[in-house]
Design a protein around this ligand. Structure first.
Ligand code: HEC
Ligand code: HEC
Ligand code: HEC
Ligand code: HEC
Ligand code: HEC
Ligand code: HEC
Length: 353
């Protein structure tokens, strides 16, 4: 920190302390102020339905949005060149113990999650436990076309067992909601349903009916905390992309604006990534000039995940690779360094149990 900032900060502190002291002497028994609802809770209390991305774009043009990985994470089946015409298949209710079956027309599926899972709505009359299921597995053929295979088989049979799509919570956050929900992650996936905002007439009302998301919004899907695996080991969470962000000084010092310091969300960089600069190292250099931080080394990849989810470390050396080892039974990345483990257990007491 430079000298000028220290002086300014000290002066500000002095002024604040004097003011607080002055107030204290003049009003000894001021009643505690009533907590005001935050803008975010005010917006959350508004009843609204989904209007769809096209409507948002009609007033707020985010021209590059459709190229983002968020938008691209769920596509219609027509986006893929299939190797033949797929029609009706019989699927069993995987979520309900395969007790019931129904037929689904694959050509009418809602779309494909993460280029892999064919998702369909099961009619209520079928009596399945849930409404949306992964009814097929999309697989790329060597010639570049795609085939649809079973998403898993009922044990001991060749019957297709439909997989629960609780993944929707993060991968299709608006699915099944009222209005015109998109199946992929669009504007309303982060901003929330927009009908009240669209109906609002004044600029004031427009602002009061629409949330400006923060890192908290991102962390609902990009969970960052370590968890326990089935052997009881404390492991870094690989699925969500932000391994151990909770522990980074970027988070704990509160000195930077969370995810949005480095990530843009309304468009991509030249390499199709949600990063504010084309070369990620240039982002670091804006604050850590002279340190020559190299993202590829600092944000170490976990290459051992049993599900092959390889994600970049976001603890920014709070949990370095040397504080971990691969658990031979589960292949998960286990946090083993006593100091790092202690820090994790203090922040997340549930893991200490
Ligand atoms: C009919 C035009 C219109 C449509 C449709 C519309 N907006 Fe807005 N939006 C506005 C206006 C006008 C403002 C206020 C601008 C100002 O005064 O700063 C605004 C403000 C916002 C803000 C800033 C809020 C704030 O607190 O500063 C966000 C975020 C936003 N809109 C998102 C959306 C999303 C998401 C959708 C789709 C669900 C959407 N808008 C649809 C016109 C529209
Ligand atoms: C991944 C989450 C996410 C998605 C998806 C998203 N936004 Fe935003 N949006 C944010 C955040 C976070 C902010 C806060 C300001 C910022 O960018 O730093 C914001 C700010 C805004 C604002 C006000 C400031 C500005 O940039 O104009 C508008 C308007 C807006 N978003 C509209 C949209 C529209 C339209 C879409 C869809 C095409 C969309 N957003 C999709 C997270 C998102
Ligand atoms: C709590 C939120 C959440 C849930 C629930 C969730 N995911 Fe994800 N998933 C994510 C996020 C966030 C990413 C992106 C991580 C990244 O970009 O590194 C992701 C990434 C993925 C990927 C790509 C992983 C890779 O490294 O290639 C696949 C495939 C996937 N999810 C499938 C699923 C399936 C199938 C389910 C349900 C059984 C599911 N997810 C449930 C949040 C979630
Ligand atoms: C200090 C900068 C910085 C901050 C803060 C940051 N990130 Fe990142 N993030 C990066 C960089 C750089 C990459 C690319 C790493 C690479 O390509 O090796 C990245 C990669 C990612 C990825 C892709 C991971 C993968 O390997 O698949 C996701 C998802 C992500 N960040 C989400 C978030 C979220 C959500 C937050 C807030 C909780 C956040 N990031 C905070 C810099 C940052
Ligand atoms: C509704 C769940 C959800 C929310 C909210 C969300 N994301 Fe994501 N995010 C995902 C999923 C799913 C993916 C994987 C998409 C893919 O790979 O196609 C992803 C991918 C990413 C990536 C990796 C893309 C790349 O560049 O490789 C980044 C970075 C990212 N999100 C940042 C953010 C930030 C920042 C926010 C908050 C402003 C946010 N996300 C909010 C679900 C979410
Ligand atoms: C907006 C400013 C900002 C940006 C951009 C930024 N950082 Fe930081 N970084 C900080 C602050 C503030 C701290 C905490 C104070 C400190 O320890 O210096 C910090 C701390 C760190 C630390 C921990 C240092 C220690 O001594 O424990 C590492 C490592 C780090 N950052 C790496 C990166 C990398 C890599 C990038 C780029 C992907 C990056 N930072 C981008 C502001 C930033």
């Amino acid at each position: 920190m430079n000298r000028l900032r220290i002086i300014v900060l000290s002066l500000l502190t002095l002024v604040t302390v004097t003011l607080v002291a002055a107030c204290n002497t003049q009003q000894p028994a001021a009643p505690a102020p009533q907590p005001q609802p935050t803008p975010a809770t005010q917006v959350a209390n508004i009843t609204a339905t989904y209007v769809g991305e096209q409507t948002c774009q009609s007033c707020h043009k985010k021209a590059n949005y459709d190229k983002t990985p968020h938008y691209q994470s769920f596509k219609p089946l027509s986006a893929y060149k299939l190797d033949k015409t797929y029609g009706t298949v019989t699927v069993y209710d995987g979520a309900g113990n395969n007790a019931k079956s129904t037929t689904v027309d694959l050509s009418k599926a809602l779309g494909v999650e993460m280029d892999t899972y064919v998702v369909a709505e099961i009619p209520k009359t079928a009596g399945f436990a849930k409404q949306f299921y992964r009814v097929g597995h999309l697989i790329k053929n060597p010639d570049g076309t795609y085939k649809i295979e079973n998403p898993g088989l009922v044990q001991g049979t060749q019957n297709w067992s439909a997989g629960d799509y609780s993944c929707a919570q993060c991968h299709s956050p608006n699915m099944g909601a009222a209005g015109k929900p998109d199946y992929t992650i669009t504007c309303e996936g982060c901003h929330g349903p927009g009908s009240a905002h669209v109906a609002a007439t004044t600029s004031e009302q427009k602002k009061a009916t629409m949330a400006l998301p923060t890192s908290e919004t991102c962390l609902k899907c990009h969970k960052s905390d370590p968890t326990k695996d089935k052997t009881g080991a404390i492991v870094t969470t690989n699925h969500y992309g932000t391994r151990d962000y909770t522990f980074s000084k970027h988070n704990t010092t509160g000195m930077i604006n969370g995810c949005l310091t480095c990530h843009g969300v309304h468009g991509t960089n030249a390499n199709g990534r949600l990063l504010k600069k084309d070369n990620p190292n240039d982002i670091c250099a804006t604050c850590h000039a002279g340190k020559n931080y190299d993202v590829k080394t600092i944000m170490w990849d976990n290459k051992s995940d049993p599900y092959k989810h390889i994600t970049a470390d976001h603890s920014f050396t709070a949990i370095p690779e040397s504080a971990t080892k691969v658990n031979p039974t589960t292949k998960n990345v286990e946090i083993v360094d006593p100091k790092a483990l202690d820090m994790v257990k203090k922040a997340l007491p549930d893991l200490a149990k």
